[in-house]
Design a protein around this ligand. Structure first.
Ligand SMILES: Cc1cc2nc3c(=O)[nH]c(=O)nc-3n(C[C@H](O)[C@H](O)[C@H](O)COP(=O)(O)OP(=O)(O)OC[C@H]3O[C@@H](n4cnc5c(N)ncnc54)[C@H](O)[C@@H]3O)c2cc1C
Length: 574
């Protein structure tokens, strides 16, 4: 079936929905999502969304700007960071007006809590900057934006899995998608296509990310010759529930929780004397792993405790109900009475599709754009988070840059002619599905995926070395060959989830290669990318963004200077 819209958006998380609300003011909009819209990973966001409202103590957008630049280990582009931090207050007011039920102070203002790396007076002490709705902040915002998009007549296509993004002569013409319930191929021709397809934490075994976070659209664009930026920077959140890796929000430490080792020491006092447990995530994750490596894990094992016993019970009940339930369900622990076993979990992709500050996708390190193609949210790299994202800055990023992409689409639409997807591309998508269904061999998608995820977690995690990364690169090649021998048992059309898993696996393998090779190239340590064999940050050689390109199955690296406007790189002490 063929559809025609002014704008097609892939993804109904916060970035996609905020852009949809904007773009629908000037044209027809379709939102495609491989899930039901409100099941997007944004709905799992717990702790908060950052803005220097100063409701609970003095704060300023400039301090927020400084913290974000420093948190990024000075790899974030400061023009973009400034845009985000300056727009944060307006954004929160707008969300409130849309009906987001933020938690309140006793005076009725939007309540705010502490989060990692957010400080007052340029690093003096932790500040209350995260606005929240208990520990269900993403859920609250997502539902408000979903209602708004529906009111504005946005057309939703739930359970449509995007197979291809069509680019011809440096112009995007729309997308090709599989309707999961029928197995039919649909085309969506559009003047503007926005990618808001979220992260790809599923390249790792232990992750806080949802099953759907497989990075399909990044991989599709990468195969089409669009570069990916800063893929070596993947954030590990220090407090994943030991075992399943489910997230315990940083808000738990913001409310007074502390990390302790086997000796009962509050070890973050040693690593970050000024803000301790509220240091940025890259530092806290390294500290946790160092404690474990040096034998101070609980009972000599590979985890530490997150201790909430000193947080008043009514605070846990009111502000952290969700994580409290997770602890009870998954570990049988009531966090007001017992400490929670935690270990770093793969959490957030700083790298992604390069864009300018208005969401236009860049096709090279010089800033040329692909017409009609936009990206926002976790799939994009604008880059505000640089080498390490601060907590509560991602929800902000999705809404600020989702809106800006929507605005850019509105202004670009006026000068864009309608295009339509050529039949040859539709045939190609059909042929690819047939060839997947006709593969023969004795491999299964699930098994190959498990092998990939384990290899990534073992060799490309909080600490990295040349040897591990080279071994991993070899393993990824091996898995790529194995994946060609996956034989599907389900050859049918209707709800063929086995087929979708095989497609997603190809994307995961593709992105794992981009991450590993980008990490091999960067011979320094910065933010979340820590090389034990090059343990210092090297601004002289490496204060630059990685752009990895894929041409004929070979990877090529180019680099782009970081935009520094206000804050020169300094030593990162907390
Ligand atoms: C557990 C957890 C807690 C978090 N807590 C916080 C927090 O408190 N504060 C904060 O700032 N950040 C938080 N984050 C990070 C933040 O939630 C995410 O970065 C952000 O929500 C991503 O939003 P998004 O709109 O980019 O994408 P997502 O919300 O991930 O949505 C992606 C969309 O793309 C669709 N999609 C993907 N591939 C395809 C395809 N092939 N075809 C069709 N559709 C497709 C999906 O169906 C989905 O609709 C958290 C993340 C996690 C995992």
């Amino acid at each position: 079936m063929k559809h025609h819209y002014d704008t097609v958006i892939i993804g109904s998380g916060l970035a996609g929905l905020r852009a949809a609300a904007e773009a629908s003011e000037h044209g027809s909009v379709a939102v495609l999502t491989k899930l039901y819209p409100t099941r997007s990973h944004s709905t799992a966001a717990q702790g908060g969304i950052g803005a220097a409202l100063g409701n609970e103590e003095p704060d300023s957008p400039e301090w927020h700007f400084y913290d974000t630049a420093k948190g990024s280990d000075f790899l974030g582009d400061q023009d973009a960071i400034e845009v985000m931090c300056e727009d944060a207050i307006r954004t929160i007011v707008e969300l409130e007006h849309l009906g987001v039920p933020f938690s309140r102070t006793s005076e009725g203002k939007i309540a705010q809590r502490r989060f990692g790396g957010h400080t007052r007076d340029f690093g003096k002490a932790a500040v209350r900057r995260a606005c929240y709705s208990a520990d269900r902040t993403g859920h609250a915002i997502l539902f408000a934006l979903f209602e708004q998009s529906e009111l504005q007549g946005v057309n939703f296509f739930p359970e449509f899995h995007v197979l291809d993004i069509v680019i011809e002569n440096e112009r995007c013409l729309g997308v090709i998608a599989l309707e999961i319930s029928s197995g039919e191929i649909h085309t969506f021709s559009a003047k503007a296509t926005l990618i808001a397809s979220g992260g790809y934490g599923k390249v790792f075994r232990t992750t806080s990310n949802a099953y759907a976070s497989t990075g399909d659209c990044l991989s599709i664009l990468f195969n089409a010759g669009i570069p990916l930026e800063d893929m070596e920077f993947f954030q590990f959140h220090p407090t994943g529930l030991y075992g399943p890796g489910i997230l315990i929000t940083e808000g738990a430490r913001g409310e007074g929780g502390i990390l302790i080792n086997a000796k009962g020491e509050r070890f973050m006092e040693r690593y970050a004397p000024a803000i301790k447990d509220l240091a940025p995530r890259d530092m806290v994750s390294r500290a946790v792993m160092t404690e474990v490596r040096e034998g101070r894990g609980i009972n000599g094992r590979d985890y530490v405790y997150l201790d909430l016993r000193q947080v008043p019970e009514e605070v846990i009940k009111e502000r952290l109900p969700e994580i409290s339930t997770f602890c009870k369900i998954y570990l049988g622990i009531d966090p007001s009475g017992k400490p929670i076993p935690v270990l770093p979990t793969a959490h957030y992709a700083m790298g992604g599709i390069p864009t300018d500050v208005d969401g236009r996708v860049l096709k090279d390190e010089r800033g040329s754009v692909i017409h009609g193609l936009y990206a926002a949210g976790e799939a994009a790299c604008v880059s505000v988070h640089g080498a390490n994202r601060l907590g509560c800055n991602s929800l902000l990023d999705t809404v600020v840059f989702g809106r800006r992409a929507g605005m850019a689409i509105n202004s670009d639409l006026r000068n864009t002619e309608k295009g339509s997807i050529p039949q040859s591309m539709i045939d190609k998508a059909g042929d690819e599905i047939d060839s997947l269904k006709n593969r023969t061999g004795d491999e299964q998608a699930g098994t190959v995926r498990n092998e990939l995820q384990s290899a990534m977690t073992d060799k490309c995690s909080v600490f990295r070395t040349e040897q591990d990364l080279s071994d991993l690169a070899g393993k990824i090649n091996e898995l790529k060959e194995k994946s060609k021998k996956i034989e599907l048992k389900d050859k049918g059309k209707i709800f063929n989830t086995e087929l979708l898993e095989a497609i997603e696996l190809d994307h995961l393998i593709n992105l794992a290669g981009a991450i590993t090779h980008s990490a091999l190239q960067r011979r320094e340590s910065r933010g979340a990318h820590f090389r034990e064999d090059f343990s210092e940050r090297d601004d002289r050689k490496w204060l630059k963004h990685t752009f990895v390109f894929k041409t004929d199955d070979r990877l090529e690296f180019k680099y782009k200077p970081v935009t520094i406007t206000q804050f020169q790189p300094e030593e990162r002490k907390y």
